[in-house]
Write a protein that binds this ligand. Structure first.
Ligand code: AMP
Ligand code: MG
Length: 538
């Protein structure tokens, strides 16, 4: 390993330093009580190869000196080599899965390598996904396949560049090992190429980290976790928590923290609704207390606007995690978090009052976001009726959400000939003559839209540029990701790299990309596995 101690990034590892560790260090599956994590070493892989590296993020993390030696880097980013200062561990947490309490879950195939204090004084944790079994792997192997790893890398980076709060991807490494998966749980397992993503976030703490000790009545651990996140995630609160003595004097601090978690979570959902992202598995163990999009599994992107759509075949029956239900599920999850921290906060009334305000706070933020998508400078000029009517309009015929909003910026309210229905024509999936009732609905909506827009002084060019800064031209459509996967599995990573490059500037029209990334989903992708239906198998 060429790196010397002086060149290594500064690992500070507050989680392992300050929270109680599992006393057992052997790596076998078990229930872990009274601890926040277990120390565990990543497994060896036979032939780690770097398929993609986020150099900008690597530099931010202080890994510059490693960049020249890609083979050494692949070993670090697959867990085969540990850098000085790394202290690998798996977190223990629980969670509600599909609405039911699932007990202990934990990092079954995620291993945190350590927390770096960056030159910009940020704290970022490196976490390998798919680096082998941990005490929380239950009956699974702790590995990940190339297709799901590539999907995580692609989507988390796309989300970052779209301005959506998210964990990030530092690297994608193929392991050289095969991993057996039954992709659709239908008795057809196959050996797939294994891979590891190194993801990065200020913290990977989930709602479920609090739910598990709460479910076990372990108030000591619960309090320590709560104090830890307040101090580490909220610099502005850390002094208050240090000064506060008893639990009761800390209550306000905890409430402030919880309120912020609510705010961040709802903001994240507003972003999801803005860009047409469906997470697919909003279990409480997949909810970050920093309001980051986390755990990219059977997620999907809305092609034709449909609030009832879910990409997750495991959720096909109840559609709990469908696009339009995400705000309600986020609230449901925040209730679980409130219940979990109640034994320490001890103020049910205040927790309830924070929760009670969630729907109206969400509505305000959602409306402001929609008003921007529609090109309004001031949300007050965009009435709720216009937004509600638009939601209905988009459902009248299969309409590509991304294209619709991008095209809509061509509408000129001051020009009597400017016609919304014509302008957005390329967003329609069925290229047939519109039914008169649909044409009429468009006319009615356009009349209201025109009137509302004309109440604002903005010039067309100004409005268009504002709309195009919130309405992406490119999102990682499901079929695009699948094309990148098919090529990568055949040994060609360039399709992925090219797509990633486009998605790094999602609001900027790129003529060379339009032919494949800027148009709506092709017909062949409608029922193709991976393009419209995904399972949790990864
Ligand atoms: P997920 O649905 O990916 O959020 O995973 C739910 C739980 O199952 C988490 O505790 C994961 O760490 C665990 N898990 C998922 N896949 C695997 C795997 N291949 N090996 C071990 N644990 C896994
Ligand atoms: Mg998860």
């Amino acid at each position: 390993m060429p790196l010397t101690h002086n060149e290594a990034p500064a690992f500070v590892n507050r989680f392992t330093r300050e929270l109680p560790a599992d006393k057992i260090e052997d790596n076998y599956c078990r229930q872990v009580q009274g601890a926040a994590y277990s120390r565990v070493k990543p497994a060896r892989t036979s032939n780690p190869e770097l398929l993609s590296l986020n150099e900008e993020l690597a530099c931010e993390l202080g890994l510059q000196s490693l960049l020249d030696d890609k083979a050494a880097l692949a070993k670090v980013l697959s867990g085969n080599t540990l850098l000085p200062g790394m202290d690998p561990f798996a977190m223990v947490y629980g969670g509600h899965q599909f609405g039911n309490w699932a007990g202990q879950l934990g990092d079954g195939r995620a291993i945190n390598l350590g927390e770096i204090s960056t030159a910009k004084n940020k704290h970022l944790t490196l976490q390998l996904k798919g680096a082998g079994g941990t005490p929380y792997s239950r009956h699974a192997d702790g590995r990940a396949v190339l297709r799901s790893s590539l999907r995580e890398y692609l989507c988390s980076e796309a989300m970052f560049h779209l301005g959506v709060p998210t964990t990030r991807a530092l690297s994608l490494v193929s392991t050289g090992d095969k991993v057996v998966r039954d992709m659709f749980y239908d008795g057809n397992p196959r050996a797939e190429p294994g891979a590891i993503v190194c993801r990065v976030a200020p913290s990977f703490v989930r709602f479920g980290n609090f739910e598990l000790p709460a479910s076990r009545g372990d108030n000591d651990l619960l309090r320590r976790l709560l104090d830890f996140v307040v101090v580490t995630d909220r610099e502005d609160l850390s002094e208050r928590v240090r000064l506060a003595g008893s639990d009761s004097s800390r209550t306000d601090v905890y409430l402030d923290w919880f309120q912020q978690v609510c705010r961040l979570t709802q903001s994240m959902i507003v972003h999801w609704m803005r860009v047409g992202f469906v997470h697919g598995v909003m279990n409480t163990d997949n909810m970050s207390v920093l309001g980051l999009t986390i755990d990219y599994g059977p997620y999907g992107w809305i092609d034709d606007y449909n609030p009832d759509w879910t990409p997750n075949t495991t959720d096909a029956a109840n559609r709990r995690y469908r696009f339009g239900n995400q705000p309600a599920i986020a609230r449901w999850n925040l209730y679980q978090l409130a219940n979990a921290i109640y034994p320490i906060v001890q103020d049910a009334e205040s927790l309830q009052s924070i929760l009670d305000k969630l729907p109206s706070e969400y509505d305000v933020e959602f409306s402001a976001m929609m008003s921007q998508k529609l090109g309004f400078q001031h949300p007050v000029n965009c009435p709720a009726a216009l937004i509600e009517a638009l939601k209905k309009l988009l459902c009248l015929q299969p309409t590509d959400m991304t294209l619709f909003f991008r095209l809509l910026s061509e509408f000129k309210p001051e020009d009597a000939h400017s016609n919304v229905h014509k302008i957005v024509n390329a967003a329609f999936y069925e290229n047939k003559q519109a039914q008169p009732s649909i044409a009429q609905a468009y006319q009615d909506w356009e009349a209201l839209y025109r009137r509302c827009l004309l109440s604002e002084p903005a010039l067309h060019a100004q409005r268009k540029s504002m709309m195009n800064s919130v309405n992406p031209a490119y999102v990682p459509r499901n079929y695009l990701a699948q094309q990148a996967i098919d090529a990568a599995e055949a040994g060609d990573i360039h399709v992925f790299t090219k797509l990633l490059n486009v998605l790094e500037q999602p609001y900027h029209q790129q003529l060379s990309a339009d032919a494949y990334a800027g148009s709506k989903r092709p017909e062949w992708a409608v029922n193709k596995a991976g393009c419209s239906m995904l399972s949790c198998s990864s």
